[in-house]
Design a protein around this ligand. Structure first.
Ligand code: DON
Length: 304
């Protein structure tokens, strides 16, 4: 039996005393207000035992982590047709780069870079009656937690400053890979990124990817084949131009966000989330990556 309590407390202690915590994302003004010293880690195992240390019950902006959730909902709605509009190859580029999008005629490399997530948002808008509400309900349902919500201030802040995403959406539109209005699609995209969750909530939302598509309440939302695909995309694309490094150091499928969150999972074993708002140069949480490397090294558990 692994002593997760001691391991998480040790990781938390190391993170608290670390001198170099990375830089807060300032390009979304509302995110720049967060205290760089925050650190939380939470783990849920397959038997639903939970372990926690630090600020694991404090809400933060999940940002790009939400792209896995919109991808899941779209896959459950349209299945393999999705791959006509977005590819599944790692980009090797930062999350907001547009050069490949033009070279590849408006087909984003994968659903976890911004352009790919914007196409996914466009499909959800076409398929759902009340897109933002239905998306939120999907997340509340898979986690069994009705308190999860958008942060209007963060969504508004990104709407005012997200010029790169407007460029991506316009480029997609020019290639015919966006069916709805740019403003409508970005309103959805900025809201999905503004979702706030604690580390504990994140592990419950992502439980289905660890548990072959079944949520905490044992209801099935995704097929095992869909879960395989989503976990493969997280492993190869979840950390952008640092996906290789994350696989090398941590050895788990996972996803990061510029709010400083990371969620990762070992299929059929556990799901873990960290939050430390300081980012490294690639836009991923600096201490979060170190924490997860320590976890998989100490417990000798990874997909490899
Ligand atoms: O679109 C953006 O730039 C942000 N809403 C999300 C970026 C993000 O979280 C990248 N991940 N590390």
């Amino acid at each position: 039996m692994i002593d997760y309590t001691t391991i998480l407390n040790t990781i938390h202690k190391e993170a608290s005393t670390s001198k170099s915590k990375g830089e807060i994302a300032t390009y979304i003004p509302e995110l720049s207000k967060i205290d760089v010293n925050k650190f939380g880690i939470h783990l849920i195992d397959k038997d639903k035992n939970e372990f926690s240390s630090g600020d694991a019950q404090e809400k933060f902006s999940i940002q790009s982590i939400s792209k896995v959730l919109s991808l899941s909902l779209v896959l459950s709605l349209i299945g393999e047709d999705l791959w006509k509009r977005v590819d599944v190859e790692p980009s090797g580029d930062p999350f907001n780069h547009l050069s490949l999008l033009e070279l590849e005629n408006g087909i984003p490399r994968n659903p976890l870079i911004n352009a790919g997530a914007i196409v996914v948002a466009d499909i959800l808008i076409s398929k759902l009656k009340n897109p933002k509400e239905n998306f939120l309900t999907f997340i509340q349902d898979i986690s069994g937690d009705k308190s999860i919500n958008f942060d209007e201030k963060v969504a508004q802040s990104e709407k005012e400053t997200g010029f790169n995403n407007y460029a991506a959406a316009n480029l997609l539109k020019s290639y015919g890979n966006l069916k709805n209005d740019v403003d409508t699609v970005l309103d959805f995209y900025f809201h999905q990124c503004s979702l706030t969750m604690t580390c504990a909530q994140l592990t419950k939302v992502f439980f289905i990817f660890m548990n072959r598509g079944k949520c905490l309440q044992n209801k099935t939302y995704l097929t095992t084949s869909q879960v395989k695909r989503i976990n493969a995309i997280m492993l190869t694309c979840g950390f952008y131009d640092e996906a290789g490094e994350f696989a090398f150091e941590v050895g788990l499928p996972g996803k990061s966000g510029v709010g400083g969150g990371i969620v990762a999972l070992l299929p059929n074993h556990f799901c873990v989330a960290t939050w430390s708002p300081g980012l490294n140069k690639k836009g991923n949480s600096k201490l979060g990556m170190l924490a997860l490397e320590r976890l998989t090294t100490e417990t000798q558990q990874s997909i490899f």
